[in-house]
Design a protein around this ligand. Structure first.
Ligand code: HEC
Ligand code: HEC
Length: 327
């Protein structure tokens, strides 16, 4: 009788130990031995501090930090690989996507945008349901020496005229968010490079070619691309945010028969250009590496024909020419 009891207890214990080894200890050892992927670098102390702020404020309740190899994840970047997480332990993969995946957000948004968005998401994303994180900022009468005020659109700025400055926590958090950039995997092709389900997202590549002879601007695509890639900074109204992002409505580079500066800015980005007499502190990111000539032509034509702009449309071959000319 006693022997049978020990057999049952010992057997169950052994089974338990085997299961723990297989589903927890083994994978942990395997992960710890995974070398960092190409271009994956350790976080700086400030970025690591920001990772703690990210965790302690529950950002991962609404945001994942993992891109799945599924067609619906294509907008967030290439599928995550184990080597991406070599320095981000313990991993915060997240499981809920009330907001977008943030794996590659450092390549999508700039620093100024991040500060404005954390202070009040509605200031840059009008329909956002993300809570504000104003407690990561201080409102002051005068900006102290060595600090820079965060640019906030008038409708969202403190009503008493106070200036908004970032606390150490906000600076660390933004440093972490800006570090979220996927390193390219040599030889990996987005849309179809993976085989399996990702290939299902490829139809764009095999879409019917433009009718021979004429180029037709796809207005709906131009608007959709502008809204998803440019409107966060330049606003859907094309009016920009005073002091932070220039208006494209009536912009001399956009509403201009010569598209060179317009296309050059989209392809290569810009910094330190004085636009309409205003010097902008922010950086216009480059989109040449993310968008095809066709997409850029559609976006440019949307801008050239919206908000009262009336500039001659551009073609993908003009984009290709300016791309080939280089920076
Ligand atoms: C209640 C859910 C929720 C929480 C909590 C939350 N967010 Fe968001 N977040 C959203 C939603 C929804 C969006 C999409 C709308 C928008 O851009 O504001 C978003 C958008 C974003 C974006 C822009 C992503 C992109 O691709 O444009 C960033 C960056 C971001 N959140 C960071 C954070 C950080 C950092 C925290 C924690 C301090 C946080 N979020 C907490 C819901 C949330
Ligand atoms: C992260 C914010 C941000 C995003 C996103 C963004 N821009 Fe900009 N853009 C800027 C800033 C900042 C400037 C001013 C740069 C400067 O002063 O040198 C600018 C300038 C411009 C200009 C004016 C160039 C000139 O010399 O007058 C154009 C045109 C432009 N952007 C188009 C676009 C298009 C098209 C997209 C989407 C594909 C886009 N921007 C996305 C921030 C952004």
């Amino acid at each position: 009788m006693k022997k049978a009891m020990w057999t049952i207890f010992g057997g169950a214990l052994l089974l338990y130990i085997v299961i723990v080894m297989v589903i927890a200890v083994g994978p942990a050892i395997d992960l710890a031995q995974t070398p960092p992927g190409p271009g994956v670098v350790p976080l700086t102390p400030l970025q690591e501090e920001g990772r703690q702020v990210f965790a302690s404020n529950g950002c991962d309740y609404c945001h994942t930090l993992q891109v799945r190899p599924l067609p619906e994840d294509v907008p967030f970047g290439r599928p995550s690989a184990p080597g991406d997480f070599a320095y981000a332990t313990p991993e915060m993969l997240g499981s809920e996507r009330t907001g977008p995946d943030l794996t590659n957000v450092g390549n999508r948004r700039g620093e100024i945008w991040q500060y404005m968005h954390l202070y009040d998401p509605r200031a840059v994303s009008p329909d956002s349901i993300m809570p504000n994180f104003k407690f990561l900022f201080r409102e002051v009468k005068a900006v102290p020496e060595g600090e820079t005020a965060v640019s906030i659109p008038a409708a969202f700025a403190p009503k008493n005229g106070d200036k908004v400055i970032a606390t150490q926590k906000a600076k660390a958090l933004v440093a972490f968010l800006m570090s979220l950039k996927q390193a390219p995997i040599p030889g990996y092709k987005m849309n179809g490079g993976m085989g399996g389900p990702a290939t299902a997202a490829a139809p764009a590549a095999s879409a019917p070619a433009a009718p021979a002879g004429g180029y037709a601007y796809d207005a709906a695509k131009g608007k959709a691309l502008f809204d998803s890639t440019c409107a966060a900074c330049h606003q859907a109204s094309g009016e920009g945010v005073p002091g932070a992002f220039p208006p494209l409505k009536g912009n001399a580079a956009v509403d201009n028969a010569d598209p060179t500066l317009h296309l050059h800015t989209i392809l290569h980005g810009a910094h330190g250009v004085t636009i309409g007499g205003v010097a902008y502190a922010g950086v216009m990111p480059e989109f040449g590496s993310q968008l095809s000539d066709d997409d850029i032509a559609n976006i440019a034509n949307y801008e050239r024909s919206s908000w009262g702009n009336h500039a001659k449309p551009v073609t993908p071959s003009e984009v290709a020419k300016i791309r080939a000319a280089g920076k």
